[in-house]
Write a protein that binds this ligand. Sequence first.
Ligand code: FAD
Length: 363
Amino acid sequence: MGDKNIVVVGAGVAGLTTAYLLSKNPRYKITIAAKHMPGDYDIEYASPWAGANYMPVSVRGTPAQEWDKNTWPTFFDLAKNHPEAGVHFQRTEIHNRKKDISSATAAWFAELVSPNPWFSTLFDDFREIPKSELKEGIDNATCFTSVCINTAIYLPWLLSQSLKNGAIVKRAVFKHIADAAAPGVHSSGCPADLVVNCTGLSASKLGGVEDKTVVPARGQIVVVRNSAPAMVGTSGTDDGSDEACYIMTRAAGGGTILGGCYQKGNWESQPDPSLAIRIMKRCVEICPELTGGKGIEHLDIIRHGVGLRPVREGGTRIEKEKINGVWTVHNYGAGGAGYQSSYGCSQAAVDLIDDALTGKARL
Ligand code: FAD
């Protein structure tokens, strides 16, 4: 096989992870072209807003379970051996309240809050918390050691890995996905042999894709300087079906993320001040250590934020097709799991790319 010119559209966690894996093959000449890059904060760019942690919500027996499972070894290795990536281990507690069962949050977290989820064997120290140790109002809970990712360090780290392997990075905005294959986009100046579509929520509007099954699930967060002793996730809140309560302290000075909500179909980019207060109250109640037992006025706020999770009916789209005669491999629509499924999804996309370009998939 001669060299192949590949344009990866998108520099979120999906585009950067796919580009990084592709860039390990010296025959692949990679250009990453995107409207938004690490360092930007924008409502059209979900990745910087994520917590982000590894708390699998994928359902047993689905491709999503495989993608999550295949992602864990890399994050484990990054947390253990590569502090420069901004990923660290954290004790994790998952709390379940039976009364949340019909809420939107509990549906999203169904596998996560079950006493015996598929990932119980993934973590050496997974265990159920004894009833005697449960906080008031919690019916059952599990704990294990997972990871939290400081996205402000991790996204630039991912980009740097591709740069180190020779990838070229540029800003571009495409109206149609096939425009990414046009001469002049790839750094060689030649037409691309293949385009990788990692455009997240914008896949719902991008010409040649226009996937109307991709919708936002709005997430609002408060980033604070206070620290939490553990990551916490709960099955729901008393404040509304689509509100959530989760806490995670990021690696390397990234602050603590207080969340949140999962508002499907809501495109609002501005933080709702009332929701922000509810988020802070819930987090301080469930984790009084945040403010040393004092109220929310003792939270030291860095910023309020809103991100839109790219949720796709039927799950993340990892497929290949020819669009206007150009091989296109899709990797978009990871919803609230873009990090925790990133290596699994991106390797699956790379297998399709190998198949399209050489006829030899790694599978
Ligand atoms: P994006 O990050 O949105 O990137 C899309 C890229 O495509 C951008 O570079 C954009 O500029 C580019 N692009 C789009 N259209 C065009 C165009 N026409 N031309 C050129 N470029 C274009 N996930 C987890 O795994 N764990 C978590 O704890 C977690 N927490 C979250 C908390 C919140 C509040 C939110 C909002 C999300 C969270 N997520 C979490 C989900 C995760 O953030 C997303 O799944 C992930 O960021 C999606 O990444 P992406 O690369 O597909 O999309």
